[in-house]
Design a protein around this ligand. Structure first.
Ligand SMILES: Nc1ncnc2c1ncn2[C@@H]1O[C@H](COP(=O)(O)OP(=O)(O)OP(=O)(O)O)[C@@H](O)[C@H]1O
Ligand SMILES: [Mg+2]
Ligand SMILES: [Zn+2]
Length: 151
């Protein structure tokens, strides 16, 4: 069922079924500072299953795999819809990786990933998906609010 609360887009990406309250973080991941296309943000709209969701619609833009991985951590139930010529040409559900590599900074200032002069890619084990709990593979630390440390 289409919602027509915003003007349909010809080409672009709709990130649907975003966990309520996470839309602004999704925008941040996509680099809101350097937006060069039209973006519509729907917050707290009714969802088919009776709950509430956020939706982000971006014109003339697709997501790279790194962005999709980040979104999966904030909104594990999000679906990515690629719009071509006003229609949903592709749809997939984000999938949270088992190991989160290089997209979150460790919150332990003494972690090797933070002190090494040669940068080391961070790596975290996903200990739980709901809620998302990440443990650093290098220093073993369970991460505090990683959504503030996406890189
Ligand atoms: N041309 C368009 N412009 C803007 N948004 C669109 C366009 N086409 C589809 N959408 C949005 O993309 C999402 C997916 O569209 P679709 O028609 O597949 O809805 P759906 O059947 O409800 O999908 P789902 O089962 O994933 O919720 C919806 O949020 C819809 O509003
Ligand atoms: Mg729907
Ligand atoms: Zn660490």
């Amino acid at each position: 069922m289409r919602d027509f609360r915003v003007t349909p887009i010809r080409n672009g990406t709709v990130i649907d079924h975003i966990e309520c309250g996470q839309a602004l973080k999704v925008l941040h991941i996509m680099g809101v500072g350097e937006v060069r296309s039209t973006i519509s943000v729907l917050m707290h709209v009714p969802s088919k299953n009776g709950g509430w969701k956020d939706v982000v619609k971006v014109e003339d833009r697709e997501l790279d795999p790194r962005e999709v991985d980040k979104i999966s951590l904030l909104a594990p139930n999000a679906t990515i819809n690629i719009i071509r010529d006003f229609n949903v040409a592709e749809k997939y559900k984000v999938k949270m990786p088992e190991v989160v590599k290089g997209i979150v900074k460790c919150d332990n200032p003494n972690c090797i990933t933070n002190v090494q002069r040669e940068p080391v890619d961070t790596e975290f084990i996903v200990e739980s998906k709901a809620p998302v709990i990440l443990r650093c593979l290098y220093c073993d630390r369970i991460q505090g609010d990683f959504t503030e440390r996406l890189i």
